[in-house]
Structures are given as C-alpha cells and as structure tokens.
Design a protein around this ligand. Structure first.
Ligand SMILES: [Zn+2]
Length: 413
C-alpha cells in the first residue's frame, strides 16, 4: 500500500511544472497547472498542485525545479514492427520511377524480400538494427513499445525475432511488449497452401511461443490480401487456448469483418480500421476494444479513406495512435510525427492525439493499470518537455522539445 500522507519514501520531487496527467484526457489533458510530482521506488507517490504538497525534508529528496515546463506520461508506441533485416528503399525508388508492382516483385521486392533478409540476418544483426529505431523513439519520449514478429514466418525465425525483442527488453530501459504475428503473410514455401501455414501457426508455433513466454499477444493481418476470417479465427482460438491475448490488423484496405471476429475473442484492439463499419464499431464498444490508428501507413500508402473518427467518438471507442514502424508500409520512426499526422490527416484534436500515445495506448496493450497516466500508484514513466502548452507536441514536427525522460523513476534521457 502506498502511504499518501508521508513523504518518507520520496526520492525525486518535481516542482513548478505543468502536468498533462491524461487522467481525464477528454478535457484539457487532465491538466494541473503549477503542479508537483513526487516519485520513489519507481512509482508516482504524490501528484497535485504545488500548494497542496505535504511537508517533506528537502535534504532527503532530490528536488527538480521547473519553470512552467510540461510533464506528460512517458509515451507509448503500441504498434510497431521494428525488428527486420535490410530495408526497402530500392523498392521505394523503383516505384517512384514508375515500375509496376509485378516488376518490383520480379526484382525481389515486397514483403517477401524483408522475410528473406530477416531470415538471413543473425540475431545480433537484427538487434543492432532494431536498437537504432528503439533509441530514436526513446529520444522522442517513448518509455514503452510494442514489437511484433512476422518477418520470419517459420518457427525458428519467428523465435529469433522474439528473442531479439526479449534482448531489447532486458538491455534497454524501455518496457517492450512482445506480439507474435506469424499470420502476417503467407511464406513463399506455403504460397499455394495458406491453410497449411495457418495450421502450423496455430498448432505448432503458438503453443511453442507461449511455452517459451516469448509473447504476450497474438496478432493477425486479416484482409482480402491477407488472411481470411476462418484463418484468423483458427489463430485466435489457438492464442486463447494458450492464454495469450489477441489483436488484429483489420479493415485497412477493405471490410471483411475482422474487427467483429476479434471482438468475439476479446481482442485488446483493432488496428488501422479505415474501412470499419458501424457494426464493427459497435463490437468494439461492447468489448471495450481500442481503435489503434496508424496515420504513417495511411500517409505512406497515399490512402484516401480516413478512419471514421466521428463514429468512434460517438461510440466512446478509445483511440490510440502508433507509428506502425515497418520497412514496407510505414518506414517512419517518429511518434511525434504521428501526433501531427493524427491531427492533420485524421482531424483528431491534440488532446485526443496525446491520449492516443499515452493512456489509450496503454489500454491497447492491457497495461493501463501500471502506466500511461500521471496518477498516484502508477509507474513513474515521465517525460519532461520545454513547451508552453501540450498542443505544441502535435502542432509542429521536426523539433524535439524533450528535456528529460524517466522510466520507473530512473533518468534514461
Ligand atoms: Zn502493423
């Protein structure tokens, strides 16, 4: 139990900061102007107006004086694919020179080229590549990140990727949430037998990965160019049987009803959802699923249909935002750029956008009881910004106003 009345356990006290607590994010960031936060043992022990601070011993507490700068929760990137071999810049260039999809595929491009490069790469090579992307996100205030597998597409290589995620979790100060995305695409060796591949994902890979505790969540790319509803359900059944939570890539390019099926398996989130309909949204509301919007992929693919933001709002669906950082459809490693794109492309308000990479992103990962808000008892994941108002984080990009970053009370940037 936390003792709210004494300052005995306080280690660091931030005074004279404005706080975007995100505890009531629908109105003004849950802001506390002229606030203070005390942290100790990795947790937030006290938060409120400076004037309400209990007595404390300034010799025993490290006091950090602000000057009206802002503190937000540490940011959360709840949907990424940052572990992969090589990149697809050549393909990008070919496309812009007018080459067709077939010509690009013929020259070894597309997702399968990433699968081949990832299979060839050693664990250390994958680690080095992913660490750069992870550190870039950390430097923008990210303290928690989800990483999906899905470029191995066989047991050995999927395990290799998830082991890299585990190593990153161990060696970096960030919390890494691991997701098994074996059902990302059909590997070349099963090109003509996708059902056989799904059987292997469900009956061999998921039990093994669950046993090795290499993932907390299972994801499926459910789409007319991905896996169909029956295949998606088979994977979800296996996940639930092995005590893993599920999420889904759905309704990005078409609507085949993926979100509704995911809701039946109590999915944490449905991600992309440009083409979701009212039925899908109702299913999300009923199960408290989070809508994870990925403006980077929308931008990079030059999509034109935006997610139905107004319907999501009207149905009280929590909205999260993420980078979807991946080499094919969102080679974008900036969570701050996502804030801007969520506002400019999807017309979210800056408050909604910030909720999308804090409290609602935590909910998409099922960790809302430990992080994503500034609240007593939660992890002291704290980002300190040299800004006059939190809307600045969404308003401009290309400038990084992060002053310092704490993960569970430790200064990490
Ligand atoms: Zn994705």
């Amino acid at each position: 139990m936390l003792n709210h009345m004494t300052s005995d356990n306080w280690e660091i006290l931030f005074i004279d900061f404005n706080l975007a607590t995100m505890t009531n994010s629908s109105s003004n960031y849950g802001e506390i102007l002229g606030g203070a936060i005390a942290i100790g043992s990795g947790k937030i022990l006290w938060i409120g107006k400076k004037g309400n601070l209990p007595n404390y011993n300034p010799d025993k507490v490290k006091v950090v004086h602000g000057n009206g700068q802002w503190i937000t929760p540490g940011l959360i990137d709840c949907h990424t694919h940052i572990i992969y071999g090589s990149n697809r810049a050549k393909e990008f260039e070919m496309r812009l020179k007018g080459k067709s999809y077939q010509e690009i595929a013929g020259a070894g491009g597309g997702i399968i080229s990433t699968v081949e490069a990832t299979r060839k790469a050693s664990q250390d090579e994958l680690y080095e590549g992913a660490l750069k992307r992870l550190n870039t996100l950390k430097n923008e205030g990210v303290t928690t990140i989800e990483i999906k597998s899905g470029y191995g597409l066989d047991l050995e290589n999927e395990i290799k990727i998830l082991n890299v995620a585990k190593m990153l979790d161990k060696n970096s100060p960030l919390s890494i949430h691991k997701t098994f995305l074996g059902a990302h695409t059909v590997p070349p060796e099963y090109k003509n037998n996708p059902d056989d591949y799904i059987r292997i994902v469900s009956e061999e890979m998921i039990p093994k990965i669950a046993k090795l505790k290499l993932a907390e969540t299972v994801d499926v790319f459910c789409e007319n160019i991905g896996f169909n509803i029956q295949q998606t359900e088979k994977v979800f059944k296996a996940a639930v049987k092995n005590d893993l939570k599920v999420r889904i890539h759905a309704e990005q390019l078409s609507n085949i009803g993926g979100t509704k099926i995911a809701a039946q398996y109590n999915a944490l989130s449905s991600d992309h959802i440009e083409f979701i309909d009212e039925e899908g949204i109702n299913a999300m509301t009923e199960k408290g699923m989070v809508a994870v919007l990925l403006p980077g992929a929308y931008y990079f693919l030059r999509e034109t249909k935006t997610p139905p933001i107004e319907l999501l709002r009207n149905n009280n669906v929590s909205i999260a935002i993420a980078t979807d950082s991946n080499p094919g459809t969102s080679p974008i490693n900036s969570i701050l750029l996502m804030l801007n794109m969520a506002c400019t492309l999807f017309k979210l308000t800056p408050t909604e956008a910030l909720a999308g990479i804090t409290c609602n992103a935590a909910k998409a990962l099922g960790i809302e009881n430990t992080t994503g808000k500034l609240e007593e008892g939660l992890n002291a994941d704290i980002a300190n910004w040299d800004i006059e108002h939190p809307s600045e984080l969404s308003y401009q990009f290309g400038v990084n106003y992060l002053l310092s970053l704490y993960k569970e009370g430790e200064l990490i940037t």
